[in-house]
Every structure is written in structure tokens, then in C-alpha cells.
Ligand binder design. Structure first.
Ligand code: S3P
Length: 454
């Protein structure tokens, strides 16, 4: 099912000013959810702007295996003929979710309260990641998981034939776990409640409401409680997927690092559960204008005009902001290397269980590029070297491991665009999981990327 591109190295060279319009692909989180909820509705959901990255294609194939009819009707345009809540069929083959933690965890949630059994696997990165964080709450509904040691994939999940509703307080701030529980709650009778101490991305709640589920949010002493009434009939929708703010972070940070740059990035989400990077960039002194604020696909968006205006200053990001910028820390760490003073990223232990251990991957890669870093289990600190002048800037000149992690690969390519010597990423193929147009988009803005190792 998963058809990963062969590994290839990619080198980023010092770039002239970046300019032009960066047209981003669709949001990865929303794309997964549109396919899954489309499969659980009765009738045809039409999706436009779907991210056609490998992660999402793997979810599309998985929903087919569970009985939905999923068809590509044009570029980014997809049709999903759903089977209804509780109507998922038993897959005949192992479900391969490739590199995608979001894909596997949300799909496990959706099937956990259906009377079917499925076996899930993924690539070497996904098969190292913890699944107990979803199978523990799914067991409360009555589902049973049998996986490898430490709750790792490959894993077989036996859905509950007679599910019961659940009240679950998230032990980690994770939208994937929250979403898995809500999707399982769809086919349990009565009310399922998920409580989160720190708000995480709320696309599942927004989209469930759009598909006609009955759901309310209450502030409680324990945190934000999402209360879902089970066994609704979901109505098919037309979903326009907005552009991905996590992908936007790469051209935005590149423009902030390369002198003379002036780019526009249309339609970037201003959803407060996703915009922590932008709050941080403004604190660092970045020149970003948010133009033409509007609503797209149920999400608040704006066009970003980003200009390089000089060296940024180091900041401390507080733990309570971490969830709203969790995928942006790798590229923030790169930006921090070119800032004046130290940047301290606090409360980031979740980075250790992403596609790679992102604290370790960034620390080792930055050190190879001549940057001083400090890490604890829960913190990453980067000593800024200043952006300009012969004494300032980051040396670069290294080959860095991407560790099957798209965001590590893209972060170090951004570093290479502004460093004194080129930076090579040993394997850039994982970029196709979330941002297949990255190379073309960045070179279109004026960056120099070469496929031969340099
Ligand atoms: C995602 C949630 C985040 C994020 C991931 C996408 C989602 O993971 O890192 O890229 O779509 O729900 P966690 O929920 O595990 O923090």
C-alpha cells in the first residue's frame, strides 16, 4: 500500500533573496480527517485541496480497505462514498500506514468500536512509535490490541462488538489521542467525554460538528471537556481543505533568514491551536503582516507577507505554547541558530516520540553545522550565532541525517539556504509524506537545491 520513494540526498546552498508567492499544499491534519469522516458518513463527501502526500494517500487506501469508495476526481479533488458510523468492513489485508502516526492512530480510533479486526503496520519510523497512548483508551471502549513489545506496530486491533462510552482525561497533550477517542466514541452509545488540560489542535471537533455530530465543549476544573453523543448519522459534506500552516513554516523561516527576501504565503491558518510559531516569530522581531483575514473550509486564515529585515532575537517558548507549534520546533531551532542570543524551547518532550526523536535529531544536526545546543528530556536550547556579517552566521558544511523525518529534512535544507557552506540532507525522500512540492516551491522562490551530494 505504502509506496515510498527511494532515498536520495539533497543539498541546500546559500541562497539569493527569496521572492514571489508560495502556494502551499493542503493541511495534512485536515486531509486525514476529511477522508476518515467522509468514510463514516452516509453518502458522498467531496473534498478539494486534499494534500496528496504519501501520509494522506496511505489513509485513503486504508479507508478503501475498510469498505469506503475513495476516488480521485482531479488534482486535490477526491470523492468518498461513506459506509456510515459503525459500518466499517473488515480489511482483507494488513493496513500499511507508512510514516503516518496521525493516520494509524485516527484509523484505530475509528475502527475500535466496530466489530472488525485489523492489523496495522508502517515504516521503520512508525513501527518505533508508541501506540499504547491510543490503545489504552480504546481498551476502555472494549477494543483489544495485540502488538509488539512496548505497544509498537505491527499490531492487531480487535474492535469492540458491544462498545461502552468512555470518559478519558488525556495524560499527554495529543490531538491524535483526543481524536482517536472521539472517533471511537462515534459508535458507542450515549456520551463519550475527552478532557484535555492543554488545548491541542481542534480540527476533529470542528469537522465532527460540520458532519452533523452532536458535540459540545465545556470548561471544567480538569480542563477542556469535549462531550460527544454517540451513534449519530453523519451527513456527507463538501470539504475545502485549507493550506497547511506547518508546511508554511519552511518558506516563512527561509525568507526570514535569507537577506533581501520578500515573499507572500496565501491562506495560512490562524487557528489558535496551530499558530504558536507565528506568535513566537513576532516575539523574535520578525516582519510578518497578516493580510486579508477570512474563513476557509471552517478555519480562520490570512495571507502572510514575510520580509527579511535583519537578525532576529532569541526567545523562550513557554510549555503551554508547545502544543500549538509542536511540528514547528525543528525549523524554529534552525531560525534560533541565526538569532542573537539563546532560544529556549520548554515543555517539548513530545518531540521525542515524533517521526524521529526530534530533540536529538536537531541537536546532533545543529552541532554538525557548528551550532551550540543544550538539551534536557523536555527542553531544547540553541545558542544563536547571529545572521549576518563575516563573523556572524552559521557555518553549515555538514551532511545531516533526516532519520525518516520530513520535518528534520526540510529544517536542515532551510539552514543550508542561509549558512556559510552548503548543507546536505542524507535522505530527502520523507519530504514527500507531507510536502511533495517542497523542492519545486523553494527553488521557484529562488533557493538553490541540488540533488547530487555536495
Ligand atoms: C497531529 C497531531 C500532532 C502532530 C501531528 C499531527 C494531528 O501529534 O504532531 O503532526 O493531525 O492530530 P500529537 O497529537 O501526537 O501531538
Amino acid at each position: 500500500m505504502s509506496d515510498h520513494a527511494a532515498p536520495f540526498p539533497l543539498t541546500a546552498h546559500a541562497s539569493g533573496a527569496l521572492s514571489g508567492v508560495a502556494t502551499l499544499p493542503g493541511d495534512k491534519s485536515i486531509s486525514h480527517r476529511a477522508l476518515i469522516l467522509g468514510a463514516l458518513a452516509v453518502g458522498e463527501t467531496r473534498i478539494t485541496g486534499l494534500l496528496e502526500g504519501q501520509d494522506v494517500l496511505d489513509t485513503a487506501a486504508a479507508m478503501r480497505a475498510f469498505g469506503a469508495t475513495v476516488t480521485r476526481t482531479g488534482p486535490g479533488a477526491w470523492s468518498v462514498q461513506g459506509v456510515g458510523v459503525g459500518g466499517l468492513a473488515e480489511p482483507e489485508q494488513v493496513i500499511d500506514c507508512g510514516n503516518s502516526g496521525t493516520g494509524v492512530r485516527l484509523i484505530m480510533g475509528a475502527m475500535a468500536t466496530c466489530p472488525v479486526t485489523a492489523t496495522f503496520t508502517g515504516d521503520a519510523s512508525l513501527n518505533r512509535r508508541p501506540m499504547g497512548r491510543v490503545t489504552d483508551p480504546l481498551a476502555l471502549f472494549g477494543a483489544r490490541a495485540h502488538g509488539r513489545a512496548g505497544g509498537r506496530l505491527p499490531m492487531t486491533l480487535v474492535g469492540a462488538a458491544d462498545p461502552v462510552p468512555v470518559r478519558y482525561a488525556l495524560p499527554v497533550p495529543s490531538a491524535q489521542v483526543k481524536s482517536a477517542v472521539l472517533l471511537a466514541g462515534l459508535n458507542a452509545p450515549a456520551e463519550t467525554v475527552v478532557i484535555e488540560r492543554e488545548p491541542t489542535r481542534d480540527h476533529t471537533e470542528r469537522m465532527l460538528a460540520g458532519f452533523g455530530a452532536s458535540l459540545r465543549v465545556e470548561d471544567t476544573p480538569e480542563g477542556r471537556a469535549i462531550i460527544l453523543t454517540g451513534q449519530p448519522e453523519l451527513r456527507p459534506q463538501t470539504v475545502a481543505v485549507p493550506r497547511d500552516p506547518s508546511s508554511a513554516a519552511f518558506p516563512v523561516c527561509a525568507a526570514l533568514l535569507v537577506p533581501g527576501s520578500d515573499i507572500t504565503v496565501p491562506g495560512v491558518s490562524r487557528n489558535p491551536t496551530r499558530d504558536g510559531l507565528y506568535v513566537t516569530l513576532l516575539e523574535m522581531g520578525a516582519d510578518i503582516a497578516f493580510v486579508n483575514p477570512r474563513d476557509e473550509g471552517g478555519e480562520p486564515v490570512a495571507d502572510l507577507r514575510v520580509r527579511h529585515t535583519g537578525t532576529l532575537k532569541g526567545v523562550t517558548t513557554p510549555p503551554q505554547r508547545a502544543a500549538s507549534m509542536i511540528d514547528e520546533f525543528p525549523v524554529l531551532a534552525v531560525l534560533a541558530a541565526f538569532a542573537e542570543g539563546e532560544t529556549v524551547m520548554r515543555g517539548v518532550r513530545e518531540l521525542r516520540v515524533k517521526e524521529s526523536d526530534r530533540i536529538d535529531a536537531m541537536a546532533r544536526g545543529l552541532e554538525a553545522c557548528g551550532v551550540t545546543v543544550r538539551e534536557t528530556e523536555d527542553t531544547l536550547s540553541v545558542q544563536g550565532m547571529g545572521g549576518e556579517g563575516t563573523s556572524g552566521g552559521v557555518p553549515g558544511g555538514a551532511t545531516v541525517e533526516s532519520r525518516l523525518d520530513h520535518r528534520i529534512a526540510m529544517a536542515f535544507l532551510v539552514l543550508g539556504m542561509a549558512a556559510r557552506a552548503p548543507v546536505t540532507v542524507d535522505d530527502a525522500s520523507p519530504i514527500a509524506t507531507s510536502f511533495p512540492s517542497f523542492e519545486g516551491l523553494m527553488t521557484g522562490l529562488g533557493a538553490t537545491l541540488s540533488r547530487a551530494a555536495g
